[in-house]
Design a binder for this molecule. Structure first.
Ligand code: AQP
Length: 331
């Protein structure tokens, strides 16, 4: 029987505690896409080491991300859940894709510029990481890539590299489509609405971690920056902080932005923030409970082993095809 399901590929770096931004921008969509697609969800440990990582922390964070995938509702019977480094095809195809990428393309990447800004020494891995990300996606001939909109530029490069390979060596790669959430494609920092919420921000008050205890979540939201007005109104240019909180509210409650606006008309920020905190807690508390059950059950190892085996089957075939087309001898 021909498998007509389209393929979805995405991943999250184990570079810190996952945030509400990672959940809304990525994981929430992973969960719904697995209903209708063949899905591959990695923990991208090879990406995390593009900045220095303490080995013990990397091990812990890797398990934490995998357990959060499952706790959020990714079903390992439906979707492959695995470590990127357990599927060797990523590193191999990453190198092959790097050789197709120009310096200029990598120099234009805004994420590289942001992450390298102000540093005396920047690893070459951080610079070439978009080529590895392209390889991750192309290794499965993925059709769809659910990501937050900070990944737009990297997705564009992936599409260019797929097209470049196809025109140089003959049609082979699927040119993938990005899949951005309608609301919440970019959740901003709680302390600065001009920056995206990010797990590697040294100020823990700037993000809500998915594993933050309920009281910490309440405190962080009550301290979130707003403006000097009192109108709960969606206006990203004029009221970026309140609009960001409204986006979170809408994603957590299932209400539309208009419904959130109507609900808090004439009420000021106090009750809005309080109820927002309760919405977030209501979503995260059950997830946290499942997370702790998964961690103590010892089931992760097997899930990751099976996920890597399933993913390798697909990715190895693709890499063989690439090797052949590029002129490598058969091994
Ligand atoms: N603030 C955000 N809003 C919406 N989506 C977001 N994503 C990240 N932050 C937001 C999405 O989460 C997925 C995983 O991201 P990643 O871990 O691979 O790297 P990142 O984009 O660099 O995320 P962080 O949290 O900012 O990590 P660090 O601090 O380590 O760099 C992606 O789909 C991303 O779009």
């Amino acid at each position: 029987m021909v498998n007509a399901m389209k393929k979805v590929l995405s991943g999250i770096q184990p570079s810190g505690q996952l945030t509400l931004g990672n959940y809304i921008g990525a994981i929430k969509n992973f969960v719904s896409l697995q209903e209708t697609h063949e899905c591959f969800f990695m923990v991208v440990d090879l990406h995390a080491i593009t900045v220095p990582q303490d080995p013990a922390a990397l091990r812990e964070q890797s398990q934490s991300v995998a357990a959060l995938y499952l706790a959020a509702g990714i079903d390992p019977k439906r979707s492959a859940v695995y470590m990127q480094s357990h599927v060797r095809a990523h590193a191999e195809l990453g190198w092959l894709m790097t050789t197709l990428t120009s310096m200029g393309e990598l120099e234009r990447m805004t994420q590289f510029k942001d992450k390298a800004a102000g540093k005396d020494s920047v690893g070459a891995g951080l610079f070439v990481y978009p080529s590895l990300m392209a390889a991750d996606i192309l290794a499965y001939n993925a059709d769809l890539v659910p990501v937050g909109d900070d990944q737009k530029q990297h997705l564009e490069l992936t599409r260019d590299l797929a097209g470049r390979f196809n025109s140089r060596y003959g049609d082979f790669f699927t040119v993938p489509q990005p899949y951005f959430p309608e609301i919440g494609a970019r959740i901003m920092s709680l302390d600065d609405a001009s920056k995206k919420m990010s797990k590697s921000n040294p100020n823990a008050g700037s993000y809500i971690a998915l594993l933050d205890p309920p009281d910490v979540i309440r405190k962080k939201i009550s301290r979130a920056t707003t403006d000097s007005g009192r109108e709960v109104k969606y206006d990203p240019a004029g009221k970026p902080e309140v609009s960001n909180l409204m986006g979170i509210y809408a994603q957590m409650s299932g209400l539309s932005l208009q419904e959130v606006e109507a609900k808090y008309e004439g009420q000021g920020y106090g009750s809005f923030k309080k109820e927002l905190a309760e919405q977030v807690v209501a979503q995260l508390e059950p997830m946290q409970q499942r997370y702790h059950e998964i961690r103590s059950s010892g089931m992760l190892e097997e899930v990751l082993r099976e996920g890597a085996a399933k993913a390798s089957e697909t990715a190895e075939l693709v890499v063989e095809g690439v090797r052949e087309r590029m002129g490598f001898l058969k091994r």
